[in-house]
Design a protein around this ligand. Sequence first.
Ligand code: IPM
Ligand code: MG
Length: 371
Amino acid sequence: MTSNSFKIAILDGDGIGPEIMKQAVRVFDVLKKHRDLDFELISAKFGASAYFETGKAFPDETKEICDSVDAILKGPVGLSHEESQKIPVNEQPERGAILPLRARYNTYANFRPIYLSKNMAHFSPLKPEIIRDGIDILLIRELVGGLYFGAKDRGVNAQGLRYVKESLEYDETQISQILHVAFQQAEKRKKVLHNIHKSNVLISSVLWNEVLDEVRNDYPGVEVKHLLVDAAATALCLNPGQFDVMVMENMFGDILSDQGGGILGSLGLMPSACIGPDKAYYEPSHGSAPDIAGKNIANPYSMIGSVAMLLDMSLKLQAEADAVWRSMRSVFEAGYSTADLSPKDSGVEILSTEDFGDKVMTKLDEILSTP
Ligand code: IPM
Ligand code: MG
């Protein structure tokens, strides 16, 4: 890639995916207008829609496109429980598309910002005295190990009973590489790292903590605070302000990051980055919300925020990423929202997905026009 020309794969996904993606990719047009940048966007099929068209949730053609680009932007995938049953278990989009995508690019470092500015505090179900100045947490989740990728077995045992085994597997390299990522982020931020584990029960956490005690020697300026995962769930509700960077294994991160969406008021406010050694992809942390798909009411924040993270982390366009964040937040702060985030009587003006996108792009255009 030359320094100002980038190729990006666009995987719309299912449910609300196409409509929020449509708004998110507008960011690239606004950037092109104001900066000497060029973006080639290459659409590719992925998820349940890809399965119905091609028989594969992650078709070979999509793999080749993803291999060839500088970064991947992915919408949510998945169907309602009933619709999923029409797809063979191994091609259901979570198992057939998302996990293979993560494995293909070894995207072990999952960044899930849990952020709410003070002026957006009304979205949160938490009381103002708990939120205080807003919420600003970076949850770092290990994404290609643990129960998700460990050995699995299912069968009938000697007593004739159906059984299942799923193992939580990590080696020390997998643990140390995610811990390095977390310590580096903590160093850049408030120099406090919350290590989330369950070492009172799981020996995987015992090894995790042993490796942490080695890795921390490289980061003497970072204070480590240990917290059991169950206690962390409570603490996120009662005092989210105590957290800055949190790190944890895959399954703990899946659960606590959704709780992060809960304390913000919606998973629709949770973009994310999935970073591997050579490639990264960006996606909302939420599902495809089939119940509201096609209604033009879904908020595109998590998808546009995923573009901001892509600009920042893959393309190193920090100033532009910052402009995208500021645009989105200013639209919320000006009193606008969408029906999925805010009830009718909440005192904000409810916009459609497209109109919300219009406001964000107008603001972005304005910010980028100002020298
Ligand atoms: C997430 C999602 C995925 C996960 C699913 C869709 C496979 O819940 O990214 O958090 O469990 O990792
Ligand atoms: Mg999840």
